[in-house]
Design a binder for this molecule. Structure first.
Ligand SMILES: [Zn+2]
Length: 138
């Protein structure tokens, strides 16, 4: 899936901290930080594990499978970069491996959305440098 973006996109606020996530997305893999001490995935990326505060953080590829935890349909965007995408689905995804992440649901009619529906990651190569992780019905 490729969306042609001719607009300035927001960039990650912590590019070094989130680099493995974005590199994984570019390979069309969902990569998550994983605490080496308590062996749990978490998201968003942080320098310390949110459960045990260890700073021994690794990264691992997850399945990209999960469920739609909750969502809303955005008609008026806060960020002008996404204005032409409205209406779009802003969603919280419960990944099978444990963490939740914010993303978009695509390839699904808005009236077909259901909380707890199975979803799977898809990758949108929006520029040659950047790929966004989104989800579609599984
Ligand atoms: Zn931990």
């Amino acid at each position: 899936m490729t969306t042609e973006y001719n607009k300035p996109l927001p960039r990650p606020l912590s590019p070094e901290l989130t680099k493995p996530f974005w590199e994984g997305a570019k390979r069309h893999e969902l990569v998550m930080p994983r605490c080496q001490k308590c062996d749990r995935f978490f998201f968003y990326p942080r320098e310390e594990c949110p459960r045990c505060f260890s700073n021994e953080i690794g990264w691992a590829t997850v399945s990209g499978k999960g469920r739609l935890h909750t969502y809303t349909i955005v008609h008026q965007t806060a960020d002008p970069a996404f204005r032409e995408d409205a209406p779009h689905v802003y969603a919280v995804i419960q990944l099978d491996e444990g963490p939740r992440m914010i993303s978009n649901i695509v390839e699904c009619a808005h009236d077909a959305l259901q909380v707890d529906m199975p979803v799977v990651a898809v990758y949108d190569d929006v520029t040659p440098e950047w790929t966004l992780v989104m989800f579609k019905p599984a």
